[in-house]
Design a protein around this ligand. Structure first.
Ligand SMILES: [Zn+2]
Length: 410
């Protein structure tokens, strides 16, 4: 089994076939959750799974599970999976690579007539992107028990169409079982969606976890005044707070190491007129860090700086956290399986923490989990120009294959 390798050409060919569904003029994909395009993609996958002799099951929230029996089929499955849906201007690899690499693991075992003790499963998580129905990682959240099924059903797109309606339209039984079956271990292979592997010329990212992330909104009340006649010392100018916080928080982030991330993604003044001192300021800060202590410290840095600036300029306002996804540490045994497979295959690798959220964050709440990253060109993702090398994609699938085999036969 040690010499077993996936068929990289078949994997690439299937990625390109899947990319034809919802193909955009600029070379990307638009296959948003439960649209006609997504459903066509799911049908194509089901046909391939059937051809591979697998049993396919769809649960009540539209997650697909493709199963290859084990020699003892009563044992918990060794699972891998990702998502087939894309952003409106998505690429050919985000998510779909993880699904098709999983199918390629099954096909390769079939090619060589190899059995595993534990069953092998490929999961396709419904609505990972959250672009059409505003809840990223929806299907995996329901599966792991973090999100009530009814909450998922009630989500609507911009046209007012609900998840429940679209599942019904797709012929997915909303009274189907949702019970979580036994899973021994789960893996997900994904493009990095960042530039680090490519820059460091590494083929494999051994992903040890996902960083902490949160979004904060800062609101400051000032007083509208004429930009000309009002002396500087007689203004209640909310921008003073921004002027203090910006350089100080950048400096604080620099103190918290290279892994710290702060992003001022949205800054708005009201009324937004060039010759009026703004009456109100609103801005957001996205804070991320893999280390719990440093992450908490950065959050406190923000709150402390806002408080101090408000006081200094005698202004009213507040900073509040509007969204948080706590960081995840993946299972040491699963990470070790990825690490050993990578070493045995002789790939250059890097241990890293994911900067983006993935279905595996949810899965890891209930099943031992780890992830594998491969480079993508320029670190671009959620972009029609998303691109990856066939050799890197095959490398990631080979790591996946051997990590899964070590769990499925161990
Ligand atoms: Zn993804």
């Amino acid at each position: 089994m040690k010499t077993l390798r996936v068929n990289g050409d078949r994997l690439w060919s299937r990625l390109m076939q899947m990319a034809e569904i919802g193909a955009t003029a600029r070379g990307g994909c638009n296959r948003q959750a439960l649209t006609d395009e997504d459903l066509a993609g799911r049908r194509l996958l089901s046909r391939w799974a059937e051809g591979a002799g697998c049993r396919t099951r769809v649960d009540a929230v539209g997650n697909i599970f493709i199963r290859r029996a084990g020699t003892d089929d009563t044992l918990p499955a060794v699972m891998t999976g990702s998502h087939l849906d894309t952003q409106p201007t998505g690429g050919k690899f985000d998510g779909v690579y993880g699904v098709l690499a999983g199918l390629e693991v099954i096909e390769s075992l079939n090619d060589h007539r190899l059995t595993t003790v534990h069953p092998i499963e490929v999961s396709v998580w419904c609505n990972e992107e959250g672009s059409r129905f505003p809840m990223a990682m929806m299907g995996s959240a329901v599966w792991c028990g973090r999100l009530p099924l009814e909450t998922a059903y009630a989500l609507t797109d911009r046209a007012g169409v609900s998840v429940r309606q679209e599942l019904t339209r797709a012929g997915i039984a909303t009274d189907a079982a949702l019970s979580r079956h036994a899973v021994k271990a789960s893996f997900e292979v994904h493009i990095e969606q960042g530039p680090v592997l490519e820059q460091k010329s590494k083929t494999i990212g051994v992903v040890t976890g996902v960083q902490h992330m949160s979004r904060h909104e800062v609101m400051v009340e000032g007083q509208e005044a004429h930009a000309g006649p009002t002396p500087m010392d007689m203004r209640r100018d909310p921008i003073r707070v921004l002027a203090d916080v910006l350089p100080a928080l950048y400096a604080a982030a620099a103190q918290r190491g290279r892994d710290a991330r702060i992003t001022f993604g949205f800054i708005e003044t009201l009324p937004g007129s060039p010759n009026t001192v703004p009456g109100r300021l609103r801005f957001t800060v996205d804070i991320r860090h893999p280390d719990t202590q440093q992450y908490q410290a950065l959050r406190e840095d923000l709150n402390g700086l806002v408080r101090a600036a408000l006081k200094r300029h005698t202004l009213e306002g507040q900073s509040r956290c509007v969204w948080e996804a706590p960081g995840v540490s993946f299972d040491p045994d699963c990470v070790a399986a990825v690490r050993s497979a990578t070493a045995a295959l002789g790939f250059n690798s890097l241990e890293m923490v994911s900067g983006a959220g993935h279905d595996s964050c949810n899965v890891s709440a209930v099943v031992p989990t780890a992830m594998v990253f491969v480079p993508c060109a320029g670190g671009l993702s959620h972009n029609e120009a998303e691109s990856a090398l066939p050799s890197d994609l095959a490398a990631g699938a080979n790591v996946l294959l051997h990590a899964m085999l070590s769990m499925a036969n161990g």
